[in-house]
Design a protein around this ligand. Structure first.
Ligand SMILES: [Zn+2]
Length: 380
Protein backbone atom coordinates (compact mmCIF):
# COMPACT_ATOMS: atom_id res chain seq x y z
CA UNK A 1 0.00 0.00 0.00
CA UNK A 2 1.20 3.53 -0.78
CA UNK A 3 -0.23 7.03 -0.52
CA UNK A 4 -0.92 6.94 -4.28
CA UNK A 5 -3.35 3.99 -4.14
CA UNK A 6 -6.50 6.11 -3.96
CA UNK A 7 -5.70 7.84 -7.25
CA UNK A 8 -7.45 5.41 -9.56
CA UNK A 9 -6.55 5.56 -13.25
CA UNK A 10 -4.22 8.57 -12.83
CA UNK A 11 -0.81 7.05 -13.64
CA UNK A 12 0.18 9.89 -16.02
CA UNK A 13 -0.47 12.54 -13.41
CA UNK A 14 1.13 10.63 -10.56
CA UNK A 15 4.41 9.94 -12.45
CA UNK A 16 5.86 13.51 -12.29
CA UNK A 17 4.82 13.87 -8.65
CA UNK A 18 6.55 10.61 -7.70
CA UNK A 19 9.63 11.61 -9.65
CA UNK A 20 9.84 14.92 -7.79
CA UNK A 21 9.67 13.02 -4.50
CA UNK A 22 12.39 10.57 -5.53
CA UNK A 23 14.83 12.97 -7.18
CA UNK A 24 15.20 16.38 -5.60
CA UNK A 25 16.45 17.90 -8.87
CA UNK A 26 13.01 17.13 -10.33
CA UNK A 27 11.42 19.24 -7.60
CA UNK A 28 9.56 22.46 -8.38
CA UNK A 29 8.41 24.98 -5.80
CA UNK A 30 4.94 25.44 -7.22
CA UNK A 31 2.54 22.85 -8.63
CA UNK A 32 -0.86 23.21 -10.16
CA UNK A 33 -3.03 20.11 -9.93
CA UNK A 34 -6.12 20.29 -12.12
CA UNK A 35 -8.94 17.91 -12.92
CA UNK A 36 -12.72 17.79 -13.15
CA UNK A 37 -14.69 17.68 -9.89
CA UNK A 38 -14.34 14.32 -8.18
CA UNK A 39 -11.24 13.23 -10.08
CA UNK A 40 -9.24 13.46 -6.86
CA UNK A 41 -7.40 16.82 -6.94
CA UNK A 42 -7.23 17.18 -3.19
CA UNK A 43 -6.45 13.47 -2.81
CA UNK A 44 -3.50 13.97 -5.17
CA UNK A 45 -2.39 17.08 -3.27
CA UNK A 46 -2.46 15.31 0.07
CA UNK A 47 -0.74 12.20 -1.30
CA UNK A 48 2.03 14.40 -2.70
CA UNK A 49 2.37 16.21 0.63
CA UNK A 50 2.63 12.87 2.46
CA UNK A 51 5.14 11.43 0.00
CA UNK A 52 7.32 14.53 0.43
CA UNK A 53 7.36 14.10 4.21
CA UNK A 54 7.81 10.31 4.29
CA UNK A 55 11.37 8.94 4.44
CA UNK A 56 10.23 6.08 2.21
CA UNK A 57 8.57 8.38 -0.32
CA UNK A 58 4.96 7.71 0.66
CA UNK A 59 4.61 4.32 2.37
CA UNK A 60 1.13 5.21 3.63
CA UNK A 61 1.72 3.71 7.07
CA UNK A 62 4.29 5.80 8.93
CA UNK A 63 3.52 8.71 11.24
CA UNK A 64 4.55 11.28 8.59
CA UNK A 65 2.23 9.74 5.98
CA UNK A 66 -0.75 9.36 8.28
CA UNK A 67 -0.54 12.88 9.70
CA UNK A 68 0.11 14.47 6.30
CA UNK A 69 -2.90 12.69 4.78
CA UNK A 70 -5.19 13.72 7.63
CA UNK A 71 -3.92 17.31 7.54
CA UNK A 72 -2.37 17.08 11.03
CA UNK A 73 1.30 17.15 9.98
CA UNK A 74 3.10 20.20 11.41
CA UNK A 75 4.71 21.01 8.06
CA UNK A 76 1.68 20.50 5.87
CA UNK A 77 -0.77 23.38 5.77
CA UNK A 78 -4.06 22.76 4.01
CA UNK A 79 -6.40 25.55 2.99
CA UNK A 80 -9.76 24.01 2.10
CA UNK A 81 -12.55 26.51 1.91
CA UNK A 82 -16.28 26.02 2.06
CA UNK A 83 -16.86 29.61 1.15
CA UNK A 84 -17.47 30.91 -2.33
CA UNK A 85 -14.20 32.83 -2.23
CA UNK A 86 -10.99 32.47 -0.24
CA UNK A 87 -10.48 35.47 2.05
CA UNK A 88 -7.42 37.67 1.63
CA UNK A 89 -6.61 37.29 5.36
CA UNK A 90 -6.51 33.51 4.99
CA UNK A 91 -3.95 33.88 2.22
CA UNK A 92 -1.91 36.36 4.30
CA UNK A 93 -1.70 33.75 7.07
CA UNK A 94 -0.64 31.10 4.56
CA UNK A 95 2.10 33.30 3.17
CA UNK A 96 3.45 33.99 6.65
CA UNK A 97 3.56 30.23 7.34
CA UNK A 98 5.19 29.56 3.97
CA UNK A 99 8.12 31.80 4.95
CA UNK A 100 9.11 29.56 7.87
CA UNK A 101 11.35 26.47 7.63
CA UNK A 102 9.84 23.04 8.12
CA UNK A 103 9.93 22.02 11.79
CA UNK A 104 10.30 18.26 11.44
CA UNK A 105 9.72 17.21 7.83
CA UNK A 106 11.85 17.67 4.75
CA UNK A 107 9.54 20.20 3.15
CA UNK A 108 7.01 22.79 4.16
CA UNK A 109 4.00 21.98 1.98
CA UNK A 110 1.32 24.58 1.38
CA UNK A 111 -1.78 22.99 -0.15
CA UNK A 112 -4.56 25.23 -1.48
CA UNK A 113 -7.50 23.02 -2.42
CA UNK A 114 -9.68 25.57 -4.22
CA UNK A 115 -7.19 27.91 -5.84
CA UNK A 116 -9.91 28.91 -8.32
CA UNK A 117 -11.80 30.60 -5.50
CA UNK A 118 -9.36 33.49 -5.13
CA UNK A 119 -10.04 37.02 -6.26
CA UNK A 120 -7.46 38.75 -8.41
CA UNK A 121 -6.20 40.79 -5.47
CA UNK A 122 -5.71 37.67 -3.37
CA UNK A 123 -4.04 35.87 -6.28
CA UNK A 124 -1.58 38.73 -6.70
CA UNK A 125 -0.63 38.50 -3.06
CA UNK A 126 -0.02 34.77 -3.40
CA UNK A 127 1.93 35.28 -6.61
CA UNK A 128 4.62 37.27 -4.78
CA UNK A 129 5.17 34.39 -2.39
CA UNK A 130 5.27 31.82 -5.17
CA UNK A 131 7.79 33.88 -7.15
CA UNK A 132 10.37 33.87 -4.36
CA UNK A 133 9.75 30.82 -2.23
CA UNK A 134 12.04 29.81 0.64
CA UNK A 135 14.29 26.85 -0.28
CA UNK A 136 12.21 24.18 1.50
CA UNK A 137 8.71 25.44 0.69
CA UNK A 138 6.45 23.76 -1.88
CA UNK A 139 3.12 25.22 -3.00
CA UNK A 140 0.46 22.85 -4.33
CA UNK A 141 -2.55 24.58 -5.85
CA UNK A 142 -5.64 22.65 -6.94
CA UNK A 143 -8.28 23.90 -9.37
CA UNK A 144 -10.76 22.42 -11.87
CA UNK A 145 -8.74 23.66 -14.85
CA UNK A 146 -5.62 25.72 -15.54
CA UNK A 147 -7.80 28.54 -16.91
CA UNK A 148 -9.37 28.94 -13.45
CA UNK A 149 -6.09 30.26 -12.08
CA UNK A 150 -4.48 33.59 -12.96
CA UNK A 151 -2.09 33.23 -15.89
CA UNK A 152 0.81 34.72 -13.90
CA UNK A 153 0.44 31.99 -11.27
CA UNK A 154 -0.12 29.29 -13.86
CA UNK A 155 3.10 30.19 -15.68
CA UNK A 156 5.15 29.75 -12.51
CA UNK A 157 3.71 26.40 -11.53
CA UNK A 158 4.26 22.93 -12.91
CA UNK A 159 0.99 21.61 -14.24
CA UNK A 160 -0.31 18.12 -13.50
CA UNK A 161 -3.72 17.24 -14.84
CA UNK A 162 -6.01 14.48 -13.65
CA UNK A 163 -8.54 12.93 -15.99
CA UNK A 164 -12.02 11.57 -15.42
CA UNK A 165 -11.43 8.01 -14.19
CA UNK A 166 -13.16 5.07 -15.82
CA UNK A 167 -16.40 4.28 -13.93
CA UNK A 168 -15.34 0.62 -13.74
CA UNK A 169 -12.16 1.70 -11.88
CA UNK A 170 -14.22 3.85 -9.52
CA UNK A 171 -16.56 0.91 -8.85
CA UNK A 172 -13.56 -1.30 -8.07
CA UNK A 173 -12.23 1.30 -5.64
CA UNK A 174 -15.57 1.36 -3.79
CA UNK A 175 -15.54 -2.45 -3.54
CA UNK A 176 -11.88 -2.71 -2.46
CA UNK A 177 -11.66 0.17 -0.06
CA UNK A 178 -15.16 0.77 1.21
CA UNK A 179 -16.47 -2.78 1.07
CA UNK A 180 -19.43 -1.79 -1.11
CA UNK A 181 -21.47 -4.52 -2.80
CA UNK A 182 -20.22 -4.80 -6.43
CA UNK A 183 -23.65 -4.23 -8.01
CA UNK A 184 -24.35 -1.11 -5.94
CA UNK A 185 -20.76 0.10 -6.52
CA UNK A 186 -21.14 -0.14 -10.28
CA UNK A 187 -24.54 1.57 -10.31
CA UNK A 188 -23.23 4.42 -8.14
CA UNK A 189 -19.97 4.86 -10.07
CA UNK A 190 -21.91 5.31 -13.32
CA UNK A 191 -24.59 7.47 -11.71
CA UNK A 192 -21.91 9.74 -10.24
CA UNK A 193 -20.21 9.88 -13.66
CA UNK A 194 -16.94 8.83 -12.01
CA UNK A 195 -17.04 11.56 -9.35
CA UNK A 196 -15.40 9.50 -6.60
CA UNK A 197 -16.79 11.48 -3.66
CA UNK A 198 -20.34 11.50 -5.01
CA UNK A 199 -20.13 7.80 -5.91
CA UNK A 200 -19.02 6.95 -2.39
CA UNK A 201 -21.79 9.02 -0.79
CA UNK A 202 -24.41 7.43 -3.02
CA UNK A 203 -23.06 3.96 -2.25
CA UNK A 204 -23.10 4.48 1.50
CA UNK A 205 -26.28 6.50 1.87
CA UNK A 206 -29.58 5.06 0.71
CA UNK A 207 -31.27 8.44 1.37
CA UNK A 208 -28.89 10.11 -1.08
CA UNK A 209 -29.79 7.48 -3.70
CA UNK A 210 -33.49 8.11 -3.06
CA UNK A 211 -33.01 11.90 -3.41
CA UNK A 212 -31.22 11.38 -6.71
CA UNK A 213 -34.03 9.17 -7.98
CA UNK A 214 -36.48 11.92 -6.98
CA UNK A 215 -34.51 14.47 -9.01
CA UNK A 216 -34.47 12.19 -12.06
CA UNK A 217 -38.21 11.69 -11.72
CA UNK A 218 -38.59 15.40 -12.52
CA UNK A 219 -37.90 14.52 -16.11
CA UNK A 220 -40.59 11.89 -16.41
CA UNK A 221 -43.30 13.07 -14.06
CA UNK A 222 -43.78 16.71 -14.93
CA UNK A 223 -46.83 17.02 -17.15
CA UNK A 224 -48.48 20.34 -16.37
CA UNK A 225 -47.51 23.79 -15.11
CA UNK A 226 -48.68 22.86 -11.62
CA UNK A 227 -46.36 19.83 -11.52
CA UNK A 228 -43.45 21.98 -12.64
CA UNK A 229 -43.96 24.63 -9.97
CA UNK A 230 -44.32 21.98 -7.27
CA UNK A 231 -41.26 20.11 -8.50
CA UNK A 232 -39.13 23.26 -8.32
CA UNK A 233 -40.33 23.98 -4.79
CA UNK A 234 -39.51 20.37 -3.82
CA UNK A 235 -36.00 20.71 -5.17
CA UNK A 236 -35.41 23.88 -3.17
CA UNK A 237 -36.72 22.15 -0.05
CA UNK A 238 -34.45 19.14 -0.58
CA UNK A 239 -31.44 21.46 -0.97
CA UNK A 240 -32.35 23.38 2.18
CA UNK A 241 -32.75 20.21 4.22
CA UNK A 242 -29.51 18.86 2.88
CA UNK A 243 -27.67 22.08 3.72
CA UNK A 244 -29.20 22.19 7.19
CA UNK A 245 -28.29 18.57 7.90
CA UNK A 246 -24.73 19.19 6.76
CA UNK A 247 -24.13 22.43 8.62
CA UNK A 248 -26.40 22.92 11.66
CA UNK A 249 -24.62 20.77 14.18
CA UNK A 250 -21.28 22.19 13.19
CA UNK A 251 -22.58 25.75 13.40
CA UNK A 252 -23.64 25.29 17.02
CA UNK A 253 -20.32 23.69 17.91
CA UNK A 254 -18.36 26.48 16.29
CA UNK A 255 -20.39 29.13 18.06
CA UNK A 256 -19.93 27.49 21.46
CA UNK A 257 -16.23 27.12 20.80
CA UNK A 258 -15.89 30.78 19.87
CA UNK A 259 -17.83 31.92 22.96
CA UNK A 260 -15.65 29.72 25.14
CA UNK A 261 -12.53 31.18 23.56
CA UNK A 262 -13.82 34.68 24.17
CA UNK A 263 -14.62 33.75 27.77
CA UNK A 264 -18.32 34.47 27.26
CA UNK A 265 -19.81 31.00 27.59
CA UNK A 266 -21.58 31.61 30.88
CA UNK A 267 -24.83 32.40 29.11
CA UNK A 268 -24.71 36.09 30.09
CA UNK A 269 -25.02 38.98 27.68
CA UNK A 270 -22.23 39.31 25.19
CA UNK A 271 -20.07 42.43 25.69
CA UNK A 272 -20.38 44.74 22.65
CA UNK A 273 -16.67 44.37 21.88
CA UNK A 274 -17.12 40.66 21.20
CA UNK A 275 -20.29 40.89 19.15
CA UNK A 276 -18.49 41.62 15.89
CA UNK A 277 -16.55 38.36 16.17
CA UNK A 278 -19.72 36.35 16.66
CA UNK A 279 -21.31 38.22 13.78
CA UNK A 280 -18.34 37.41 11.57
CA UNK A 281 -18.72 33.72 12.39
CA UNK A 282 -22.43 33.83 11.60
CA UNK A 283 -21.70 35.42 8.25
CA UNK A 284 -19.13 32.73 7.43
CA UNK A 285 -21.68 30.08 8.36
CA UNK A 286 -24.32 31.67 6.16
CA UNK A 287 -21.90 31.70 3.24
CA UNK A 288 -21.11 28.06 3.86
CA UNK A 289 -24.80 27.13 3.76
CA UNK A 290 -25.19 29.10 0.52
CA UNK A 291 -22.32 27.25 -1.07
CA UNK A 292 -23.72 23.93 0.07
CA UNK A 293 -27.15 24.69 -1.42
CA UNK A 294 -25.53 25.76 -4.68
CA UNK A 295 -23.64 22.48 -4.79
CA UNK A 296 -26.88 20.54 -4.25
CA UNK A 297 -28.61 22.39 -7.11
CA UNK A 298 -25.63 21.93 -9.36
CA UNK A 299 -25.54 18.22 -8.62
CA UNK A 300 -29.26 17.94 -9.39
CA UNK A 301 -28.71 19.61 -12.75
CA UNK A 302 -25.73 17.39 -13.53
CA UNK A 303 -27.93 14.36 -12.73
CA UNK A 304 -30.69 15.61 -15.03
CA UNK A 305 -28.17 16.35 -17.79
CA UNK A 306 -26.98 12.74 -17.49
CA UNK A 307 -30.56 11.49 -17.82
CA UNK A 308 -31.26 13.47 -21.01
CA UNK A 309 -27.88 12.41 -22.33
CA UNK A 310 -29.06 8.81 -21.83
CA UNK A 311 -32.36 9.61 -23.56
CA UNK A 312 -30.49 11.03 -26.55
CA UNK A 313 -28.28 7.91 -26.70
CA UNK A 314 -31.38 5.72 -26.92
CA UNK A 315 -32.97 8.05 -29.50
CA UNK A 316 -29.97 7.89 -31.84
CA UNK A 317 -29.44 4.17 -31.14
CA UNK A 318 -25.91 4.60 -29.74
CA UNK A 319 -24.44 1.42 -28.29
CA UNK A 320 -22.90 2.96 -25.17
CA UNK A 321 -23.46 2.22 -21.48
CA UNK A 322 -26.14 4.43 -19.92
CA UNK A 323 -25.15 6.61 -16.96
CA UNK A 324 -28.48 5.73 -15.37
CA UNK A 325 -28.74 2.07 -16.27
CA UNK A 326 -31.02 1.43 -13.29
CA UNK A 327 -33.55 3.90 -14.76
CA UNK A 328 -33.47 2.34 -18.22
CA UNK A 329 -37.23 1.70 -18.25
CA UNK A 330 -38.11 5.40 -17.72
CA UNK A 331 -35.42 6.50 -20.13
CA UNK A 332 -36.71 4.27 -22.93
CA UNK A 333 -40.27 5.47 -22.39
CA UNK A 334 -39.18 9.10 -22.50
CA UNK A 335 -37.07 8.43 -25.60
CA UNK A 336 -40.10 6.91 -27.29
CA UNK A 337 -42.61 9.61 -26.52
CA UNK A 338 -40.32 12.57 -27.35
CA UNK A 339 -38.03 13.49 -30.25
CA UNK A 340 -34.30 14.13 -30.32
CA UNK A 341 -35.09 17.82 -30.82
CA UNK A 342 -37.10 17.78 -27.55
CA UNK A 343 -34.15 16.20 -25.76
CA UNK A 344 -31.74 18.82 -27.11
CA UNK A 345 -34.11 21.57 -25.98
CA UNK A 346 -34.14 20.08 -22.47
CA UNK A 347 -30.34 19.85 -22.40
CA UNK A 348 -30.14 23.54 -23.41
CA UNK A 349 -32.65 24.48 -20.70
CA UNK A 350 -30.57 22.68 -18.09
CA UNK A 351 -27.37 24.39 -19.22
CA UNK A 352 -29.13 27.76 -19.06
CA UNK A 353 -30.40 27.01 -15.54
CA UNK A 354 -26.88 26.22 -14.45
CA UNK A 355 -25.69 29.58 -15.75
CA UNK A 356 -28.55 31.41 -14.05
CA UNK A 357 -27.84 29.80 -10.69
CA UNK A 358 -24.15 30.63 -10.99
CA UNK A 359 -25.18 34.19 -11.82
CA UNK A 360 -27.15 34.47 -8.55
CA UNK A 361 -30.69 34.34 -9.91
CA UNK A 362 -33.06 33.36 -7.07
CA UNK A 363 -32.93 29.54 -7.09
CA UNK A 364 -36.70 29.02 -6.97
CA UNK A 365 -37.25 31.22 -10.04
CA UNK A 366 -34.47 29.56 -12.01
CA UNK A 367 -35.69 26.08 -11.10
CA UNK A 368 -39.33 26.86 -11.92
CA UNK A 369 -38.27 28.04 -15.34
CA UNK A 370 -36.24 24.86 -15.71
CA UNK A 371 -39.07 22.56 -14.65
CA UNK A 372 -41.42 24.31 -17.09
CA UNK A 373 -38.93 23.88 -19.90
CA UNK A 374 -38.60 20.16 -19.15
CA UNK A 375 -42.30 19.46 -19.74
CA UNK A 376 -42.61 17.18 -22.76
CA UNK A 377 -43.96 19.13 -25.74
CA UNK A 378 -44.71 16.13 -27.90
CA UNK A 379 -48.13 14.71 -27.10
CA UNK A 380 -47.92 11.71 -24.81
ZN1 LIG B 1 5.40 6.99 5.07
Amino acid sequence: MTVWDDLVGQADAVAPLRKAVEQSQAMTHAWLVTGPPGSGRSVAGRAFAAALQCVQGGCGDCHACVTALSGAHADVTVLATEKVTIGIDEVRDLIATAQTSPSEGRWRVMLVEDADRMTERTSNLLLKSIEEPPARTVWVLCAPSAEDVMVTIRSRARHVSLRVPDPEDVAQLLVDRDGVDPVVARECAYAAQSHIGVARRLARDADARARRAQVLALATEIRGVGDAVLAAADLVKVAEEDAAAATEERNVEERNELLRMLGADDGGRLPPALRSQVKQLEEDQKRRATRHKRDVFDRAIVDLLSLYRDVSCVQVGAEVPLVNESHRGHIEKLAERTTLADTMRCLDALALTRERLAGNVAPLLALEAMALALRPRTAA
